[in-house]
Design a protein around this ligand. Sequence first.
Ligand code: T3D
Length: 262
Amino acid sequence: SHESVAIKLEENVLHLTLNRPDKLNSFNVDMHLAFRAALTQAAQDPAVRAILLTGAGRGFCAGQDLAEQDPAASNTTPDLGETIEQYYNPLIRQIRALSKPVICAVNGVAAGAGANLALACDIVLAARSARFIQAFTKIGLVPDSGGTWLLPHLLGEARAKALALTAAPLEASTAANWGLIWQVLEDDQLQARATELARQLAQGPTFGQGLIKQAIQTASVNTLDQQLDLERDLQRQAGCSEDYAEGVSAFLEKRPAVFKGK
Ligand code: T3D
């Protein structure tokens, strides 16, 4: 049967590929449920130490499947708040709460919720031909899936507002220059380089990586004082990990460390 999210576990990396290429991997309920189940499984499975998210075909993700939720086709006004509450918000929260790095390889156009899904990931790589489009305003909507938070945080209000109000397509290279994403790669190198990065992280001290993710995500709501306290607490936890002991031993013995993620 056709899977709307293709899943493969290889070398401790869970590859999640949005797989509705004919619809530019736009979200229908089926894809939401498959994605959610995969992330829930990823959180629980110790064999999963990094997640690599990408899209099948020429696009990354075109956001909500607009054919599935056509207001003109139904008699009642759809409650979009309900869709957000049920599907998009839990997805973004799941990614942010996951104590494992989520790498996103944006292989092509990322529009609407698809753009903000990418931006919610921990490390975003994009193909040179990829575009980020805050498409929402073209159909009278508001950026969701964290867009109105992520954009001003990453870019500042001026760029955030202009992108959201105009739906202007942002080239991958500009996105990288502006600090919206980590790197732009040549199209034919994206998947190999993203896989390499994901594998490298998966072989690393993934317990500590989870704490790093938590610390950096919390910074925006903390004062420096609060953040110093948080760092103390997280460092205490990291210092109890087997990976810390191994990391120090390996350094002193001048050999590569063998991390277990605990
Ligand atoms: O529940 C709620 O509604 C609230 C939640 C909202 C979250 C959102 O994400 S709202 C924003 C929804 N997304 C969009 O508005 C983007 C719509 N798509 C586009 O603007 C363009 O497709 C792109 C700029 C992304 C790409 O353009 P292009 O020219 O490269 O491709 P295309 O020809 O437009 O699309 C290719 C096919 O995918 C086409 O189907 P066809 O004609 O070959 O059968 C197109 O209809 C389909 N497709 C693309 N995006 C969507 C879609 N089908 C359904 N929903 C889509 N979002």
